[in-house]
Design a protein. Structure first.
Length: 311
């Protein structure tokens, strides 16, 4: 395999190589923007595998056309016989991610990215993050600030400094392997961070580095259903009940108003009654709850407490 190169043609050391896996389904409106953003990157990936999860539109045709011109871009397609008929969050998206992961031909990469097919970003996006990883050895998961047009007007920041949104997550390979990869469950993009934090890794999103997420989170499945999924995900991650109630109250003031927050808490309770599975490591659950209680105490005193400050 040839060493990775920058736009100027200089060889890139293996610790700066990165690979991307993108599970996509029916992204004909957005996929070309994402591909164009990658083509313009100052440091291109060693390999980018786009996994088409049984699209019924022209998504695979668009990807295949670009793959003819860019050897680091590859299209793989899941068997139509496995089609479940709709967009599957949680287990579905992670199963599709690993379908692509198993087909990577690059092996000397230092970073792995899970990226959706409905995002765009500036040409220095991955160069910026690679620099952050290089200067912070304990940085395990990073990304830019996630911006969405929730109201259809302007772009608004939808992520916090200590959480990296699921649409684009960049992992240091050592961290990714230490946490055992991604769990195929609702809340996977919180479980990975809690596991990393409990092991001493840092998680950061940099809001000056913008990710434009063109499909508002929850739009694909419906806002109400999204709140239910968030409640189930909160239980799966082992969230403290008091923290979940506080989160539900906060969600009453965003769309769908009132009922969304109620649905989130109700789903959490339902998951408890059903005895759904939680994070397998009890020490991570204890870490989560201890941190969340500190965060609740911080809210009451007006002090913001970030997740990775609670060791």
């Amino acid at each position: 395999m040839c060493p990775q190169e920058t736009k100027e043609g200089h060889e890139q050391s293996s610790d700066k190589k990165y690979v991307i896996i993108s599970p996509v389904r029916n992204e004909v409106r957005y996929i070309e923007q994402t591909i164009q953003a990658m083509i313009k990157q100052t440091i291109t990936p060693s390999e980018w595998i786009i996994v088409d999860d049984c699209s019924t539109d022209e998504t695979p045709e668009i990807v295949a056309r670009y793959a003819q011109s860019y050897p680091w871009l590859k299209l793989v397609q899941r068997d139509q016989r496995e089609d479940k008929g709709d967009r599957q969050r949680g287990q579905g998206v992670i199963d599709t991610f690993y379908f692509g992961f198993e087909r990577l031909t690059s092996h000397d990469y230092g970073f792995i990215i899970k990226m959706d097919g409905d995002v765009s970003f500036e040409p220095n996006y991955f160069e910026f993050l690679l620099h952050k990883f290089a200067t912070s050895p304990k940085l395990g998961i990073a990304g830019g600030g996630l911006y969405e047009q929730a109201t259809g007007r302007g772009w608004s920041l939808r992520s916090a400094p200590d959480h990296v949104g699921g649409p684009v997550k960049m992992y240091r390979r050592a961290c990714f392997e230490a946490i055992g990869g991604l769990l195929p469950a609702l809340g996977w993009d919180g479980m990975d961070e809690w596991q990393a934090l409990s092991q001493g890794w840092q998680v950061r999103s940099f809001d000056t580095l913008k990710i434009l997420h063109h499909r508002v989170m929850g739009n694909a499945t419906g806002a109400f259903k999204s709140k239910i999924e968030q409640g189930y995900g909160a239980y799966s991650m082992g969230y403290h009940p008091l923290y979940t109630i506080a989160r539900g109250i906060r969600h009453m003031f965003v769309r769908p108003y009132i009922i969304g927050g109620i649905a989130l808490v109700a789903a959490y309770v339902m998951a408890w009654l059903q005895g759904r599975e939680q994070l397998p490591d009890p020490s991570v659950k204890r870490y989560i709850r201890r941190t969340q209680l500190r965060q609740l105490a911080g809210m009451m005193t007006g002090k913001r407490i970030y997740k990775d400050y609670a060791k």
